[in-house]
Design a binder for this molecule. Structure first.
Ligand code: ATP
Ligand code: MG
Length: 324
């Protein structure tokens, strides 16, 4: 009886048993651990993978009045990804829950200089901005629970919808030297969110890949239209990010294609997967990039941030007077 296997094939087969040890000069074999290490290296050694600065400063309001869709998670992780790759970023926590402040490891107990005092005109923006432990390029203006009262206190104020815009003007952002500002909104369409929509040119809407994802979105879109026609003609939806994608469900794909059909190229190609690591990170006052840099969640936020940065670099600078 003869075996129809050549010596060469046999030795290849034999070597195949332990493919994790490459031959000298051979590229390392693919393994899940190697892939995770490669992802972690891309997150942790950003100098080799820097992201471009935008053509002009970008202010993005992260809004969706639906609760728990990933506004805060997306704000802090996109901001951290940009900052770790060389771009200077400011996060303004405009939610009295203070979740963005927690995730960025910035103090937000009552009495801490916060966005509340800034909105009331008691302190300047720079006096409340703190460098996050997530990156030296990442600043955060925290929110304390005091902000819950602001929704009511603002009602009787002059130019109540313009308070945040005013605090960002007059060189306040030049002083901080930031390229990007992300404003994390509460889950409502109240005066705080309106202030955020007036202060920004761009809206970033996170949409959760779930059944009720599109429900209520109409209300957000009509509010954006209202603000655009009465208070801020520059306002537009520039970015849509699909979050908490679960590849095991048919529904996630249905929602994804429906959103892409409706919003076209505004939707980022990168989709954020549902991942335990992403939800665990804030419990350690960390972004997922710091908590588990090799995870799919971290990598997808880096990819989404790169798309945002590339779009920003491709924008046309309005004119030379628009300083950074
Ligand atoms: P709110 O409306 O209350 O401000 P939100 O829109 O800011 O909520 P997040 O707080 O970012 O939403 O997320 C809601 C919950 O879902 C959090 O517990 C968060 O950790 C979790 N979460 C967010 N993104 C993911 C993800 N990709 N995978 C798993 N869990 C996630
Ligand atoms: Mg939130």
């Amino acid at each position: 009886m003869t075996f129809n296997v050549s010596q060469q094939e046999f030795s290849q087969h034999e070597r195949g048993v332990s493919r994790e040890t490459p031959e000298p000069g051979e590229a390392p074999a693919w393994t899940p651990i190697a892939e995770e290490a490669e992802r972690a290296s891309r997150v942790l050694h950003p100098d080799r993978h820097g992201m471009p600065r935008p053509a002009h400063r970008r202010i993005l309001t992260v809004a969706n009045q639906k609760g728990g869709v990933g506004k805060t998670t997306s704000t802090v992780n996109l901001a951290a990804a940009l900052a770790m790759h060389g771009v200077r970023v400011l996060v303004i926590d405009l939610d009295p829950q203070g979740n963005a402040s927690t995730a960025l490891d910035v103090k937000h107990e009552v009495g801490t200089p916060s966005v509340y005092e800034v909105l009331l005109g008691e302190i300047r923006l720079a006096q409340a901005a703190v460098v996050s432990t997530a990156s030296p390029n990442l600043l955060c203006v925290p929110a304390t629970i005091d902000l819950a009262g602001a929704e009511i206190e603002l009602v009787s104020m002059v130019a109540r919808e313009n308070r945040l815009k005013q605090t960002l003007s007059g060189g306040a952002l030049d002083e901080l030297g930031v390229d990007y500002v992300f404003v994390d909104c509460p889950p409502s369409l109240g005066l705080l969110t309106v202030n955020a929509l007036v202060a920004a040119a761009e809206v970033l809407i996170p949409i959760q890949c779930e059944y009720y994802a599109l429900e209520g979105l109409g209300q957000l879109l009509s509010n954006i239209d209202l603000v655009r026609s009465h208070l801020n003609t520059d306002l537009h939806i520039s970015t849509i990010l699909l979050t908490m994608y679960d590849g095991r469900t048919k529904l996630a794909d249905q929602v994804t294609s429906e959103v892409r059909q409706h919003f076209g190229p505004t939707v980022l190609r990168t989709v954020i997967p549902r991942s335990v690591k992403v939800s665990e990170a804030p419990g350690y006052s960390q972004t997922v990039l710091a908590y588990d840099p090799g995870s799919r969640g971290a990598m997808s936020y880096v990819d989404a941030a790169r798309e945002i940065a590339d779009r920003g670099a491709a924008m046309v600078a309005p004119d030379a007077s628009n300083g950074r």
